[in-house]
Ligand binder design. Structure first.
Ligand code: XLS
Ligand code: CA
Ligand code: CA
Length: 437
């Protein structure tokens, strides 16, 4: 037992002062027709929660993630799984997400790494069966090992391309073995530092090729879930090809991958791309590409990826507003791709981070449902476009009009005398009144 200071984190309501209780997340409570836990399939990110020790560019780790075992051993790999399952059970988290290298120490020889992966996934599978906890998605880490310094699918080296293929194959095998409903491609090194040495077209074609190979293999071994691209504009590369949702959707369509792929939208990546989280979700949703969510938060005063636990209820409300309107996430979930701040280095802090994140999204769900129920925002948006309900509006929308006819109409009108207000401040007041009643 690693988290023996708690038995189970329970819902106690917003007036509770218990740091180890949920204030808003009430798993079985029905909101907008479904239980909270169904709206919010929360997942634990193996890498942050069980591996990351808080190191940064200027200092070593501050948190002990040895879980009583020696780093770099299979005993440690099992201890992490033990700690992870105890953690998820105590918080009522039903899913986890993983990279291959989160699970075991990577060996010199990939054959030995794969053997270790077989061993640990047998162990994890037993724990999944005993607890009912499920895998949300798996992925291959194709960015940490030095061999990926020039990219994985986009590498200039066929040797590296083969290793990328081998890792994707193994990660897909493991995702299928663990029953995951998603497989993620985050292209950490799929980008460039300088165009002086880079053939973008060549690299993008190769990335798409690797993805097609993954789809073919995945479908062959029975993977029925979604493949996801996770857009991010920069970091670690100066420029990453999957810059944002719109760019990734264009890429998927260009290379004929849009039937098998959807997007995994991360809040922190949205803001790094100069967009709001809501924007990225909306772009995905209107293109039928909203797959899954990495639920975290960046720091707008910093230009890099901070992966903080979400606490901003305004943001989580607008996120859940988009998710509810899109009809929920099908094969996806809410993966806390988030880590404690470096000085928050205790096991208690790990639990508090998840309580904060889960409560923030639960409150966002409650408020988004209230906003939709309130109806004033929807009503205003409908009204805002209502001039297109007129005869000429319908003709424009249906494509039954020529440019000359429209110009003729303008000449008849002589001038425009009705452009209705956008009412932004009025709408923002409505949001505040729903959020803070
Ligand atoms: C890094 C990404 C990464 C992906 C999975 O910034 O968020 O953690 O989610 O490879
Ligand atoms: Ca992520
Ligand atoms: Ca991130």
């Amino acid at each position: 037992m690693f988290f023996d200071f708690i038995d189970k984190v329970l819902y106690e309501g917003s007036s509770s002062k218990n740091p180890f209780a949920f204030k808003y997340y009430d798993a079985e409570k029905v909101v907008a027709g479904r239980k909270m836990r169904e709206h919010l399939p929360f997942a634990m990110a193996w890498w942050h929660n069980l591996c990351a020790e808080g190191s940064d560019m200027f200092g070593r780790g501050t948190a002990d993630k040895s879980f009583g075992a020696k780093y770099g051993t299979m005993e440690h790999a099992r201890a992490k799984a033990d700690a992870g399952f105890e953690f998820m059970q105590k918080l009522g988290i039903e899913y986890f997400c993983f990279h291959d290298v989160d699970l075991v120490p990577e060996a010199e020889d990939i054959n030995e790494t794969n053997r270790r992966l077989d061993e640990i996934t047998d162990y994890i599978l037993e724990k999944m069966r005993a607890t009912g906890i499920k895998c949300l998605w798996g992925t291959a880490n194709m960015f940490s090992n030095p061999r990926f310094m020039n990219g994985a699918g986009s590498s200039n080296s066929t040797e590296v391309f083969c290793f990328a293929a081998a890792q994707v194959k193994k990660a897909l095998d493991m995702t299928v073995k663990l029953g995951g409903s998603g497989y993620v491609f985050w292209g950490g090194r799929e980008g460039y530092e300088t165009l002086l040495n880079t053939d973008i077209k060549f690299e993008q074609e190769n990335i798409a090729r690797l993805m097609h190979l993954a789809v073919d293999y995945g479908r062959k071994i029975g993977f029925k879930g979604d493949f996801f691209i996770e857009p991010k504009p920069k970091e670690p590369m100066k420029h990453q090809y999957d810059f944002d949702a719109a760019t990734a959707i264009g890429f998927l369509r260009q290379y004929g991958l849009d039937k098998d792929f959807k997007l995994n939208i991360e809040a922190n990546h949205a803001t790094l791309a100069g967009h709001t989280f809501q924007h990225e979700l909306r772009i995905s949703a209107i293109n039928n590409m909203l797959g899954s969510i990495d639920a975290n938060q960046g720091d707008l005063l910093l230009g890099w990826d901070t992966d903080e636990f979400p606490c901003n209820v305004y943001e989580s409300t607008m996120c859940m507003y988009e998710v509810l309107k899109a009809g929920g996430l099908k094969n996806g979930g809410f993966n806390f791709d988030a880590k404690n701040r470096r000085p928050s280095n205790t096991y208690e802090d790990m639990v508090k981070g998840f309580i904060l994140g889960m409560d923030t999204f639960a409150l966002g769900l409650i408020k988004a449902a209230e906003l939709i129920e309130d109806g004033r925002i929807d009503e205003f948006v409908k009204l805002r476009y209502s001039s297109f309900d007129t005869e000429i509006g319908k003709k424009i929308r249906n494509g039954n009009v020529t440019l000359e006819e429209l110009a003729e109409k303008a000449l008849e009108m002589k001038k425009v005398d009705n452009v209705p207000s956008g009412n932004q401040e009025g709408l923002q007041s409505i949001i505040n009144s729903v959020l803070f009643k």
